[in-house]
Design a protein around this ligand. Structure first.
Ligand code: XMP
Length: 506
């Protein structure tokens, strides 16, 4: 595997994704929190950073310790760091070095640039520039404005590059990474969804033996894939619980429960609708609604988990981005705290935790799901928030509003599917607005509710653009909703992007 040391760059996770796209396993660690390196580590990549080597106390890396042990690829800040603290100099750049540039010079025969054509386009994004190098560093690539676009430490496998090979604007970035990983580090490209499934199931068997595991299914991709992996490893010893909180989409509880049973999972469906509605009664503040739903879920899950005798483990669908330690925000101290609360936790939370997906990114979870032949209906599903329709009903939630919203939402989603748009949209849903408006139906004046349609394109939910859905599709959806859903006389479309808006309204 490859270790990526994170100095806080926004691109660090992208480097990891690129390495994995080359079927090579890698892990990200904060620059100041190195793991014990094991014999499977073949090389190190140093990320970029918002910091500058010229500031007080720049993030440090102990180069001397690793220089002869591992091949090192230092990107952007990493490259500036090695240059600056080993006999060279870094200064603020005088020209703008942001955006596309071309490698006018590439050292002939350098293994890092094998099969990278001359004049290859690269992507620069830096405010500092390397102005001089120590004698044992040599320039191996330049652009017309950046002389030290790439360097090598002579007689070593240390390389520094000023541009970002991980972004697609660096046309040959993937080739360059492959050269480093395969030719220089000696990695074998064998980390695939199939091999992940095989080794994970074997490891789970070994770890869990005859122990019982309890796992909460949500209908979403992550918990479903985690459950199927565990099911392959321990069969009926995996006890799944799927809670109907009364806030799911129309008919979703039953249809998802059916698919789970169809896949052979040992799953219990629990109808807890009324408990959730009771807890939500009278609440209109979004955060209070979220807290109430979280609390009731834990109570229901704890009750159910108690019915399973002798359960030892809690299975979870946690994925890699949830656990990557971010460089400045979370330190080790953040995790220490939660241990102090153990006494107050529900019993199931005192179980040992097993998280089969905690090394995977979201797109990898889907690929693993396909290898496991999980229903495309589950794998291709839009993200759906844990608190469900409760945060799509602005203000107080009542069973009547849930029912109205479910009907409108079903019409919306079905139309997206039949127009072939569902898979092009990252997330879609309807929002029940806390206003009533005047309308006219036949000869009658109406005074009824408004629903808003929301559809966004996004990669990870952090930023999002509203979708330009075709007018004729919107027209058909609006007509169908107003004609069929009693209680709604107006449909609007949300044309806000994130930021500054958010995807959900609450
Ligand atoms: P926002 O509204 O913050 O949403 O732009 C980003 C993504 O997160 C989902 N979301 C939630 N998911 N519990 C969840 O499990 C929540 O309380 C919650 N709030 C928002 C949202 O659906 C979108 O995918």
């Amino acid at each position: 595997k490859i270790i990526i040391l994170d100095f806080g760059s926004q691109f660090t996770q992208l480097i990891a994704r690129r390495v994995r796209e080359l079927n090579i396993y890698c892990e990200i660690y904060p620059f100041n929190h190195l793991p014990e390196f094991d014999p499977t580590v073949k090389g190190i990549i140093l990320s970029g950073s918002p910091h500058s080597v010229r500031q007080d106390e720049p993030p440090h890396f102990d180069y001397q310790r690793f220089r002869d042990q591992y091949p090192i690829l230092a990107v952007c800040y990493g490259a500036q760091y090695l240059a600056h603290f080993h006999g060279g100099e870094v200064q603020a750049s005088s020209t703008r070095e942001y955006g596309r540039a071309n490698l006018q010079y590439i050292q002939p025969g350098n293994p890092l640039f094998k099969d990278v054509p001359s004049n290859s386009q690269v992507w620069m994004s830096h405010a500092d520039t390397i102005v001089s190098l120590a004698d044992d560093f040599e320039v191996i690539a330049s652009t017309d404005t950046v002389r030290v676009a790439a360097y090598q430490v002579k007689n070593s496998k240390t390389y520094g590059i000023q541009f970002h090979p991980e972004v697609t604007h660096s046309i040959d970035g993937k080739q360059l990474l492959q050269n480093f990983l395969v030719d220089i580090c000696g990695c074998v490209q064998e980390w695939t969804p199939d091999s992940f499934v095989e080794t994970t199931i074997a490891a789970l068997k070994e770890k869990l033996g005859d122990d019982k595991v309890v796992l909460g299914l949500s209908g979403g991709v992550d918990s479903s894939v985690a459950a199927v992996l565990l099911h392959h490893a321990i069969g009926k010893n995996l006890h799944c619980i799927f809670v109907d909180n009364g806030l799911l989409r129309k008919d979703e509880f039953q249809s998802v429960l059916d698919s789970y049973q169809h896949m052979g999972l040992n799953v219990k469906g629990v109808d807890a609708k009324q408990r959730f509605y009771d807890a939500l009664n009278g609440l209109s503040d979004p955060e209070l609604k979220r807290k109430a739903i979280g609390r009731v879920f834990i109570e229901v899950f704890d009750d159910e988990a108690h019915r399973i005798e002798d359960v030892k483990w809690l299975g979870q669908g946690t994925i890699y981005p949830d656990i990557i330690e971010s460089v400045s925000v979370k330190g080790p101290s953040a995790t220490i705290k939660s241990h102090h609360n153990v006494g107050g936790l529900p019993d199931f939370m005192k179980l040992k935790v097993v998280e089969p997906l905690n090394t995977l990114f979201k797109d990898e979870v889907r690929k693993v799901g396909r290898t496991l032949k999980i229903d495309e209906n589950i794998l291709g599903r839009h993200p759906f928030p844990g608190p469900g329709l409760a945060i799509r009903i602005l203000g107080e939630v009542t069973p009547e509003k849930v029912q109205i919203l479910q009907e409108a939402d079903a019409i919306y989603i079905n139309n997206l599917k039949s127009a072939g748009l569902y898979n092009k949209v990252w997330q879609a849903g309807t929002i029940f607005l806390p206003v009533q408006s005047v309308g006219v139906m036949g000869d009658e004046r109406t005074y009824e509710n408004v629903v808003c349609l929301r559809a966004v394109e996004s990669l990870d939910g952090m930023t999002a653009d509203w979708c330009h859905l075709p007018y004729d599709v919107l027209a058909k959806i609006s007509n169908e909703i107003i004609n069929n859903v009693k209680g709604i006389n107006r449909v609007v479309y949300d044309i806000s992007s994130k930021p500054p808006a958010t995807i959900e309204w609450e």
